[in-house]
Ligand binder design. Structure first.
Ligand code: HEM
Length: 455
């Protein structure tokens, strides 16, 4: 089969157009696309889809002309059974109201209060690592982030149910992954074994979450009616919109599910890739250890120390440039508009090419190399707007970005002082384009103890 390039850049490969290749090898396609233009038209079956490849075009969609776009209906269709109408998939006035209600839970003062529990959970991960052990790093990073999110969202209530909660969430997220990355996800009404399992897992998750909400509303867990226990659930239950109404249980459930779904896997992926990159770049790793020694000198980090861990922050930023956990996102025009001088029709989908922008050599010289030193304040200022998008941009920028950065830096500061991690010799590493970017074969690491305990 020969591929021809149409005048508008559309390759006419088959009736499915670019869709099959996109679902078979999206990372390759997204990495190539910026060299074909700032805005490239693809055909997905009968639909026209735009790939937004340059920071300028992306900025227009996410920021300047954000009001012309919604989250795409295909993302909503796959996510709705899990996230309901939570922030991630909500749109319009309802989204605006919910974003205002959820935001206080991520105010910097509020998240600062989570630093100690992040340190504690990073310490408990460290307690299970022995010198010479071989570990499944991804699993440990997921344990860490799920504990942090459960505790900061629900306070202590889930401790008895944590294992089940975690298993069910993972089961549900696997199904979402499968459904997002297939050409035609099986409709939810089809009574297949997979759909039945998916629905059963969501039903169980609902039960667990509604129970937590009911307990808190009844004051069972705090001894009084809803009090501010310092966690996000209190904020959700106590928050009121401008008309003085609070959220219904269903809204609280959708936001809790969203924060769980969006808030643990992304950060655990970011950490997994960061440890991997450190293990492959001894000079960076040495500088990282030197910074930890200079700032912390073997003691347990506190919130106040984090601002001084500037190289560690550069490491996280560069790691999320190379392996952005959210490697792509999409928008759908809800009215006719223009983009990069091209007409965009109502319902056209725009793919925000985060992966392509992050690996564009014109923005990041030597784009496949891990160079945390490039992330100086001057370099960041010199980058065009929307050239670095691990957390998206504009009104729908990640609500948990500061939380995630703090969580990542704390894990690196606690565990990096105590351990050195080396990739198991011969272990294959390849990014896999799931909902979040994961290492396809997991991440088997060898542990060496650097310092038995932190002071
Ligand atoms: C390294 C970790 C993280 C990464 C890379 C990440 C990435 C992103 C990105 C790219 C978006 C925007 C998606 C779009 O524009 O379509 C987003 C949105 C969102 N993120 Fe994160 N995220 C991370 C951590 C978190 C955490 C820790 C939480 C909460 C606990 C969270 C909650 C959310 C929510 C609720 C949204 C939707 C916001 C809205 O549409 O108003 N994320 N995230």
């Amino acid at each position: 089969m020969t591929a021809s390039i149409a005048r508008d850049g559309t390759r006419t490969l088959s009736p499915a157009g670019h869709m099959r290749r996109f679902f078979d090898s999206p990372l390759e396609m997204l990495a190539e696309s910026p060299s074909q233009g700032d805005l490239v038209r693809w055909r997905f079956g009968p639909f026209r889809v735009f790939a937004a490849n340059s920071p300028e075009v992306i900025h227009d969609v996410l920021v300047t002309n954000a009001a012309s776009y919604y989250k795409s209906s295909s993302t909503k269709a796959v996510m709705a059974p899990l996230l309901g109408n939570g922030l991630f998939v909500n749109d319009g006035d309802s989204w605006r109201t919910q974003r205002k209600l959820v935001s206080p839970a991520f105010h910097h003062k509020r998240i600062a209060a989570y630093a100690d529990l992040m340190v504690d959970y990073a310490q408990s991960v460290g307690k299970t690592w022995q010198d010479g052990a071989e570990i499944d790093l991804e699993q440990f990073m997921t344990d860490y982030t799920i504990h942090v999110v459960s505790k900061s969202l629900f306070d202590a209530e889930v401790s008895g149910q944590e294992t089940e909660l975690r298993e069910v969430i993972e089961q549900v997220l696997r199904s979402v992954d499968e459904r997002l990355m297939t050409l035609f996800p099986t409709p939810m009404w089809v009574p297949s074994a997979k759909i039945r399992r998916y629905k059963a897992a969501i039903a169980r998750l609902d039960e667990l979450i509604y129970q937590i909400i009911a307990d808190r509303r009844a004051g069972k867990t705090s001894g009084q009616n809803i009090t501010d226990k310092g966690d996000a659930l209190s904020m959700l239950l106590l928050s009121q919109d401008e008309q003085g109404s609070g959220m219904t249980d269903k809204q609280v459930r959708d936001e809790v599910m969203t924060l769980f779904g969006a808030g643990h896997e992304t950060t655990s992926r970011a950490l997994t890739w960061t440890w991997y990159l450190l293990s492959q770049n001894p000079e960076v790793e040495q500088r990282f250890h030197d910074e930890l020694q200079a700032v912390l000198g073997g003691r347990t980090p506190t919130l106040e120390d984090l601002a001084q861990l500037t190289y560690t922050e550069q490491i996280v930023k560069e790691s999320m440039r190379l392996y952005p956990p959210a490697w792509v996102t999409t928008r759908q025009a809800h009215q006719d508009t223009t983009l990069g001088g091209e007409p965009v029709k109502k319902n056209n989908v725009v793919i925000i090419n985060i992966w392509g922008v992050h690996h564009n050599p014109n923005l990041y010289p030597d784009p496949w190399a891990f160079k945390p030193e490039r992330f100086t304040p001057e370099f960041e200022k010199s980058l065009p707007k929307s050239a670095y998008l691990p957390f998206g941009n504009g009104p729908r920028v990640c609500i948990g970005n500061a939380f995630a950065m703090m969580e990542a830096k704390i894990a690196l500061a606690v565990l990096g002082q105590r351990f050195k991690l080396s990739l198991k010799p011969g272990h294959p590493v390849e990014p896999q384009d799931m909902f979040t970017l994961r290492p396809k074969y997991g991440m088997q690491m060898h542990v060496t103890v650097r310092q038995p305990e932190l002071a």
